[in-house]
Design a protein around this ligand. Structure first.
Ligand code: SAM
Length: 275
């Protein structure tokens, strides 16, 4: 849809874009086509789309024969999407807050990917939720605030590296593939966005128990990032266990959270579960 078509649709739905709901709709056909070229949707595959909104990405996925499961919180947009795709095979609309959905119940054991232009306000909570589901997506390809995308792809020893960087990189190879200028949205969000491409790593997906423990470990570790990480971890684990692990794995006793690699966090988490 062009900007004018979106403005007209929103008028018809008697709504104004909500800042709180991150309603910045894609109006640039080139970026929509670019996303679709990157995603390479396959006919018959399942894709989870968060916030279909006015259907900019949804329509392209449906055109390719994708079975879309869409989660939309805004009841007016949900009504519009439900009506638009009521006769589309494989299309499921779930009207809910994407951070509160039980994705294992919604998607079962079926293999799927997640594609979305995410509302800014929920992006970190939503990614966090998705990382802990029993059956995580094979790929997460999302438009995100650039700063958030950079955080997810951040490497150790950088300011952007944090708990969510570790957790997503434990499961996925993560890349920010390009910057998205703010003029491709209506209304203009005033900040640049980025395309995040996270592809699941080869091998078995770490168990849900492991991923939940990793969340606990990283949250603790990064809770006071300027302090020595051992002190944070000692709130939950024995100091002797922590120091023994650090010594055996070449981690300085004075290390800060950001100096520990994803692999080391994973190894530590596994060790805590063996205790
Ligand atoms: N996909 C559309 C596009 O690219 O033009 C719209 C993207 S817009 C950035 C975000 C969409 O997410 C809006 O449709 C908004 O109503 C919806 N949304 C906001 N918060 C949500 C939540 N907690 N759960 C599900 N959808 C939400």
């Amino acid at each position: 849809m062009t900007k004018q078509e979106i403005v007209d649709l929103l008028t018809k739905l008697d709504m104004a874009p909500s800042k709180k709901l991150g309603q910045n709709f894609l109006i640039d056909q080139n970026i929509i086509d670019f996303i679709i070229r990157c995603v390479e949707p396959q006919s018959g595959e399942r894709i989870l789309e968060i916030g279909p909104g006015t259907g900019a990405i949804t329509q392209k996925l449906v055109d390719k024969g994708v079975h879309v499961t869409a989660v939309e919180f805004d009841y007016r947009l949900a009504g519009f999407i439900r009506d638009r795709y009521k006769d589309t095979a494989g299309f499921v609309l779930h009207e809910a807050d994407a951070c509160k959905v039980d994705y294992d119940e919604l998607l079962g054991d079926e293999s799927y990917r997640c594609v979305a232009n995410l509302p800014y306000a929920i992006s970190s909570v939503f990614v966090s939720v998705l990382l802990n589901v029993k059956n995580p997506p094979k790929q997460i390809f999302v438009v995100l605030q650039k700063e958030m995308a950079d955080r997810l792809a951040a490497k150790p020893r950088t300011k952007a590296y944090g708990a969510l960087s570790v957790r997503i990189q434990a499961l996925y190879n993560v890349e920010v593939t390009r910057k998205v200028p703010n003029k491709v949205f209506h209304p203009n969000p005033g900040v640049d966005s980025g395309l995040l491409d996270a592809r699941i790593k080869d091998g078995d997906v770490p168990s849900q128990e492991f991923r939940k423990r990793l969340e606990e470990v990283t949250k603790l570790a990064f809770s006071q990032r300027r302090k020595q990480v051992k002190k944070q971890l000692a709130q939950r684990f024995q100091m002797s266990f922590i120091l023994d692990f650090f010594n055996k794995n070449g981690i300085k006793e004075t290390a800060r959270a950001e100096e520990i690699t994803v692999e080391q966090y994973m190894k530590f988490t596994a060790a805590t579960l063996e205790e």
